[in-house]
Write a protein that binds this ligand. Structure first.
Ligand code: A3D
Length: 320
């Protein structure tokens, strides 16, 4: 059986980390693509030289031509620019939209059957544009944000409760940005919902509110510390979980930016919701019950995302 081919469109901080993780997990052969000459080739060679030490057989190559991604099973897109301190994700819209147009054309020509995971910010608008530019099925173009936002939430909660991160489940709905909606009611420690843990005295409502806010600001906290770019280890790990769910038909339930066609009362927008990922791509969108305040937060998050997609249409009217 042929090995899986995983194409990484963008070989910067996240792209390089993805390539290394794919090697360590032996998920398949990797093609790193970038417009910067030498970067994908250099990173590919460096990681390949670690393979005898770590004992993996993934082949890693670097290319500057989309022909190199031909026939990829999975494409993970990080091409574009990241934030600098003081910038919001939305400030990246104009420049990264142009990048999505090029990536979309490359995917359409060389990898029309791939499962595509977009990471480029502003995430929900970029994945929406990428699906339109590429023309790939909506089930096969998805955005990574919810897995990362939930992981941040889980990490902070595990720290607060002094329990293993493995026993904390959490998820975050809505757009990737300040309007994301961490779902307190649906987040648990081994099945015990957070509101019950407040009643049990494990934490206070105020502390929980602080954790929610820190989760919302999770990306900015790291940008502020790094000063020259944004987070890359946890974003890469999150995208790998999605790729693995597809390649191994795991049918994992993960929060992802998925195309809504009426679910949650939303049509034609990509936004973060829980989905099932398996060999069919996004196989199911899970509609959970929202209470009034969650519904309100979700709607305002959707409105923010729709504002960004409208801004995309102003720049690229063919997206309308
Ligand atoms: P960085 O290290 O700058 O890598 C981006 C790479 O894209 C660079 O190597 C560029 O040369 C390359 N590139 C630029 N233009 C093109 C193009 N037209 N075609 C192909 N490659 C191109 O950034 P990064 O890896 O740290 O971040 C990548 C993206 O992910 C940014 O937009 C970030 O904002 C975003 N990001 C998203 C999340 C989410 O949770 C959604 C988290 C962290 C970063």
């Amino acid at each position: 059986m042929a090995r899986n081919k995983i194409a990484l469109i963008g070989s910067g901080m996240i792209g390089g980390t993805l390539a290394h993780m794919i090697g360590l997990k032996d998920l398949g052969d990797v093609v790193l693509f970038d417009i910067a000459e030498g970067i994908p080739q250099g990173k590919g060679l460096d990681i390949a030289q670690s393979s005898p030490v770590d004992g993996f057989d993934s082949r890693l190559t670097g290319v500057n031509d989309y022909a190199g991604i031909e026939g990829a099973d999975v494409c993970i897109v990080t091409a574009g620019v990241p934030r600098k301190p003081g910038m919001s994700r939305d400030d990246l819209l104009g420049i990264n939209l142009k990048v999505m147009e090029q990536v979309g054309a490359g995917l359409k020509k060389y990898a029309p059957k791939a499962f595509v995971i977009c990471i480029t910010n502003p995430l929900d608008a970029m994945v929406w544009a990428l699906q339109k530019f590429s023309g790939l099925p909506k089930t096969h173009v998805v955005g990574m944000a919810g897995v990362l936002d939930s992981a941040r939430f889980r990490y902070f909660l595990a720290e607060e409760f002094k329990v293993s991160v493995e026993d904390v489940t959490a998820f975050v709905l809505g757009g990737h940005g300040d309007s994301m909606v961490p779902m307190i009611r649906y987040s648990t420690v081994s099945g015990i919902p957070l509101p019950d843990l407040v009643k049990m005295g494990w934490t206070s409502k105020e502390k929980l509110d602080q954790i929610v806010q820190r989760t919302r600001d999770g990306g900015a906290e790291i940008v502020g510390l790094l000063k020259t770019g944004s987070a890359y280890y946890a974003p890469a790990a999150s995208a790998i979980a999605m790729a693995e769910a597809y390649l191994k038909d795991k049918k994992r339930v993960l929060p992802c930016a998925a195309h809504l066609s009426g679910q949650y009362g939303v049509k034609g927008t990509y936004v973060g919701v829980p989905v099932v990922i398996g060999a069919g791509g996004v196989e199911r969108i899970i509609e959970i019950d929202l209470n009034k305040s969650e519904q309100k937060m979700f709607e305002s998050s959707v409105a923010t995302v729709q504002g960004l997609t409208e801004a995309c249409v102003k720049i690229a009217p063919q997206l309308a």
